[in-house]
Design a binder for this molecule. Structure first.
Ligand code: TEU
Length: 574
């Protein structure tokens, strides 16, 4: 590597997260320590050496707060305590300390668009006379309708995981807003007391030693005027995607950053932003505006659907995927920063979705997808199991599904007359349950995840696909992720180089350069299960280029094997 330690250090002081790789843990499915079948914080502690061996810089914990668990913890009833399912505050302190001992930082999931309906704030808010009434969105029944009767909801909007965004509360006869489900009432960020309470809670976590936050659906916090003005609601645009990016979003984020001291303390902030456009992301991630470091776009994970409906399946083409990522690279090239992901706890497994999870191609396609993703400019996110190529699970009947989103979709879709076979086809492709099967650690019973009975069945392919086998194989997906992470740490071009897409229309090859001064890296990847020929003279500087990292040994040919990828250092600036 040509990069000096000095420039590496410089990149890691201010904006340290620009050279970081983040690893997402979904605690429920990561590692059980007490044999109750559910992953927990001591389980994470027991796997810290593994994470250090992988080489990641930051852990993002999906929610471990106290919660009724109707959405696996994305419904929080106490922001300042740990759910007994996962352990105690002392366990979390220990995790933070032990991660820090290994030079690994830890960020918490911050779920403040909504609370649980069991949160003390919401319980108080049910009383119309309470000063917390205005902390949530309460509205009367539709004019001319008896509250609580069918069709009396203030409008017809469907929730993400329920038939309506409105839930009737008999105590006052009014309805409250829950964009996701009745167990997840939306907080009213117009109320300054709500914002201050959130800021205070965030400061409390920072004082405990956390290094930042992943902010759940943070671009939904500023609601459109029709919801904030108390006017008639009928036909309000209150579906999730229409609510996104509201009028006071930037103001709320800048205020939070200032009041909590997010940038001042050099913390990592990443917003989950469904429906955010490049323009919105440019504003939010421009360092001069002091809002957030980066956001998660949903555009590239929506290319295999029609419109807003994730269950309405469409074929994904490589040119469309390449173009989308490239547009985000160009859009955030000057100011702002990208987060890079293919996998998380809400998405089907990347190797099954974008790669080829057949025994023949699983390893190379998982490696090649990682090569392409990690060589883009931005902060890469690895989701538990992705680093050794975990696949979708064989979910074929409705009885196999556990997730609130999948079950709700099945009920509503079947009721509206969509044939069950089509509903099951959509679920098998897109259900969040694929991401949530237990991590496959080894080939012992239940894949070493638990000594009890796992809350969700282990994917039956665990004897062949597991972390232990991958760690012992120098040709594994795990070894490839290690090399990619090391390369990012060592090479300034990977971190800061300009991105330029090549061969945009090629149906099999994903090719691009990263350029910093006169240093150029060229990535060429065959994203298909058939051989692919590099068109003659299409990639400047290829002759004499040095192979930095490849999936196959012979990297001098003009034909790439199925799912072969190469990272090449060009000898002269092309
Ligand atoms: O997800 C928000 C979001 O837009 C989704 O990805 C979504 O819930 C769904 O998967 C769309 O198909 C966040 C969390 O990541 C998710 O786990 C939570 O269920 C949701 O917010 C509510 O807190």
């Amino acid at each position: 590597m040509t990069t000096s330690l000095e420039s590496d250090r410089a990149a890691r002081t201010d904006g340290w997260w620009r050279s970081a790789v983040v690893y997402q843990i979904y605690p429920r499915s990561f590692q059980d320590s007490n044999s109750d079948g559910v992953g927990d914080i001591p389980g994470i502690v027991s796997r810290l050496d593994y994470l250090a061996e992988l080489g990641v810089d930051v852990l993002w914990l999906s929610p471990v707060y106290r919660s009724p668990q109707i959405d696996n913890g994305y419904d929080i009833s106490d922001y300042r305590d740990i759910d007994p399912l996962f352990g105690t505050l002392a366990d979390l302190d220990e995790l933070i300390g032990r991660a820090h001992d290994r030079g690994i930082k830890l960020i918490m999931d911050l779920v403040v668009n909504h609370t649980s309906d069991q949160h003390a704030w919401f319980i108080e808010s049910r009383d119309p006379a309470s000063d917390k009434r205005d902390w949530y969105f309460w509205r009367p029944a539709r004019p001319g309708h008896e509250p609580g009767t069918p069709g009396a909801e203030p409008d017809d909007s469907q929730a993400a995981f329920a038939p309506s965004v409105w839930t009737h509360d008999p105590r006052s006869g009014e309805y409250y807003l829950g964009i996701f489900s009745p167990g997840q009432p939306d907080l009213n960020w117009e109320n300054p007391d709500v914002r201050q309470a959130v800021h205070a809670m965030m400061r409390w976590w920072i004082d405990r030693g956390v290094d930042g936050f992943r902010m759940d659906v943070i671009n939904l916090i500023s609601k459109p005027a029709v919801l904030t003005s108390r006017g008639p609601i009928a036909a309000a645009p209150s579906g999730m995607w229409q609510i996104a990016n509201g009028p006071r979003l930037d103001e709320f984020l800048a205020e939070m950053n200032r009041e909590v001291g997010l940038d001042a303390q050099n913390l990592l902030t990443v917003g989950e932003t469904p429906g955010a456009t490049i323009e919105v992301a440019q504003r939010i991630t421009d360092p001069a505006r002091h809002e957030l470091n980066m956001v998660f776009t949903f555009e590239h994970v929506s290319l295999d659907q029609v419109g807003w409906n994730k269950w309405d399946l469409a074929d994904l083409t490589l040119p469309a995927l390449k173009d989308n990522l490239a547009q985000w690279q160009y859009g955030l090239a000057e100011a702002g920063w990208n987060s890079l992901y293919l996998d998380n706890h809400d998405q089907p497994r990347a190797v099954s979705r974008f790669g080829d999870d057949s025994p023949e191609h699983r390893v190379n396609s998982a490696k090649t997808l990682a090569t392409v993703l990690h060589l883009h400019k931005g902060t890469p996110y690895v989701y538990q199991g992705e680093e050794f190529g975990m696949t979708n699970a064989p979910l074929t009947e409705i009885g196999h599904y556990l997730d609130v989103e999948s079950l709700n979709y099945h009920t509503l879709a079947v009721a509206t007359g969509i044939p069950e076979v089509d509903v099951l086809r959509s679920l098998a492709r897109k259900s969040r349950d694929h991401a949530r099967t237990p991590v496959q650690w080894d080939d012992t019973p239940y894949a070493g995840f638990t000594a009890g009975v796992p809350w969700m069945p282990v994917n039956p392919n665990y004897p062949a696909i597991n972390a232990d086998a991958a760690r012992r194989d120098p040709g594994s997906v795990f070894a490839h992720f290690q090399r990619l992470i090391r390369l990012r740490h060592a090479d300034e071009v990977v971190r800061e180089g300009r991105f330029d897409l090549l061969l945009p229309d090629h149906e099999q090859l994903w090719a691009f350069t990263r350029t910093l001064g006169d240093r150029v890296l060229l990535v060429v990847a065959n994203c298909s299960s058939a051989p692919a020929e590099i068109p003659p003279d299409s990639l400047p500087g290829l002759d004499g280029a040095e192979l930095v990292l490849g999936t196959h040994d012979d990297a001098a040919t003009s034909v790439l094997a199925p799912w072969e990828s190469r990272i090449l250092r060009l000898t002269s600036a092309g």
